[in-house]
Write a new protein. Structure first.
Length: 95
C-alpha cells in the first residue's frame, strides 16, 4: 500500500508541475521583428508560387517543338514541323 500511495503522490506532483504556467518573460523587440519578417517572407514566397502556378498554364500553350541535330561539334536547332518534313522517310509503294 505505501508504494501505491507514493506513486500517486509522485503522479500528482508531476501533473501539477506540468500544469502550472511558465514564468512570463519579456518579449524582445528584435525577436518580434524577426518573426514578422519571417512571416512576410513566407507570404511572399507562397504568393509567388501560387501566381507562377496559375500563369504557368498559359505558357504551356505557347510551347513549340524544337529538334536538335548534331554532327560532330556542330549542332543545329530546327522547328518541329521543318524537322519532320526534312527527315521524313518515304514509304515504299506497293506494286
Amino acid at each position: 500500500m505505501p508504494a501505491r500511495l507514493l506513486a500517486l503522490i509522485l503522479a500528482v506532483v508531476l501533473v501539477v508541475t506540468l500544469a502550472t504556467p511558465a514564468k512570463a518573460e519579456a518579449f524582445d523587440v528584435l525577436t518580434g521583428l524577426a518573426i514578422a519578417g519571417a512571416v512576410v517572407i513566407v507570404l511572399v514566397l507562397v504568393a509567388y508560387l501560387v501566381i507562377a502556378n496559375v500563369e504557368g498554364d498559359k505558357r504551356v500553350e505557347q510551347r513549340r517543338e524544337v529538334w536538335l541535330a548534331c554532327a560532330g561539334e556542330r549542332c543545329v536547332t530546327l522547328p518541329g514541323a521543318t524537322a519532320r518534313a526534312a527527315f521524313a522517310t518515304p514509304t515504299p509503294e506497293a506494286p
